[in-house]
Design a protein around this ligand. Structure first.
Ligand code: NAI
Length: 312
């Protein structure tokens, strides 16, 4: 099962490798890579077409510097912008990436008005909000990728703690895709048993801290995170293309859910062919609420900062 066309804005590490995954999983008939750098998307496209040829995949990849080429895309992925350098937080990228994502969103609204947009650029929750506001798309069609990746990382940490197969671990992280992400031991399971029933409070805190810090560790070691985020982007696309109705934590525009309005933040959502088809509201306890709403406050402050700078 595939859609006709998926476009990726930004042909750097995440963009080009997302192209690879789409070809490999045959999720679209056509993939378009866009970048501001001349020749880069064209070169990536040639390389990917040759890969497709070797694997016998019927997906055509095109590279371009012209947004006209994203016309009538079914799905558009935004990876354009600056990435964290060692020592930086995601929020440090706010002022650099906001104008980029705003411009990209304008182009998407113009050329691919019926698309579902997946925003990846950091700080992702705020960039997802910009995408939602600037495209004017219905909230179902604007999805931020982050909590899915944080959950994969939490799962990895839990599997290591318990020394069990990753397949026996269900892990959930919601909230801000940043310093205040909320790994949920009460909503995560090892062999069907709640993690909060298996670990001491101290161990739970350690696992939470490790989940928050692990991306920065990868960046300190190899300069960027690539394989894990790209795998998440591709699985998200797959859930849309195949209408799987999987529950995936994504950054969604909230309109009263969790008592919040007018921001995007990570929540569990049903993902299908319409995009975000339903948001699940978890019954958070006081401590969990503290972290969740702290993250929401940080996102709101960042949005207000961009308003004051007239970026949105
Ligand atoms: P990269 O630097 O390899 O690629 C970014 C690309 O965007 C570059 O090729 C650049 O030329 C292009 N670009 C910049 N401005 C543009 C514009 N106006 N129009 C089109 N293209 C433009 O960066 P990488 O590693 O691919 O990361 C991309 C973004 O994704 C970063 O903001 C990074 O922080 C974020 N990220 C988000 C994750 C998440 O979980 N949401 C995980 C990992 C990275």
């Amino acid at each position: 099962m595939s859609v006709r066309k998926i476009s990726i804005i930004g042909s750097g590490r995440l963009g080009s490798f997302t192209g690879y995954e789409i070809v490999y999983r045959e999720l679209a008939k056509e993939v378009v890579l866009i970048d501001i750098i001349q020749n880069l998307p064209q070169g990536e496209a040639m390389d990917l077409n040759q890969m497709a040829s070797e694997k016998g995949k019927s997906v055509l990849v095109k590279g371009s510097n012209d947004y006209k080429d994203i016309s009538d895309s079914d799905i558009v992925v935004i990876t354009a912008g600056f990435a964290r350098k060692p020592g930086m937080t995601r929020l440090d990228l706010l002022k650099q990436n906001a104008p980029i994502v705003r411009d990209v969103a304008l182009q998407i609204a113009k050329y691919a008005p019926n698309s579902i947009v997946i925003t990846v650029t950091n700080p992702m929750d705020v960039m997802t909000y910009i995408t939602y506001k600037i495209t004017g798309f219905p909230k179902e069609r604007v999805i931020g990728m982050g909590g899915q990746l944080d959950s994969a990382r939490y799962r990895e940490i839990l599997a290591n703690i318990f020394n069990v197969s990753r397949n026996s671990v269900k892990a959930l992280v919601i909230g801000e895709h940043g310093e205040n992400m909320l790994p949920l031991a009460r909503f995560s399971y090892v062999g069907g048993i709640r993690v909060s029933d298996l670990l001491s409070l101290e161990k739970i805190k350690e696992a939470e801290e490790a989940t928050r810090k692990i991306a920065a560790e990868v960046i300190a070691l190899k300069g960027a995170t690539v394989f894990a985020p790209v795998s998440c982007i591709a699985s998200l696309i797959e859930a849309i293309v195949k209408d799987t109705k999987e529950i995936i934590p994504v950054s969604a525009y909230l309109n009263g859910e969790y008592g919040l309005n007018d921001l995007c933040i990570g929540v569990p959502a049903v993902i299908g062919k319409k995009g975000i088809e339903k948001i699940f509201e978890l019954n958070l306890n006081e401590e969990e609420k503290l972290r969740f709403y702290k993250g929401a406050e940080i996102i709101k402050n960042a949005i207000n900062e961009l308003r004051q700078l007239a970026i949105i």
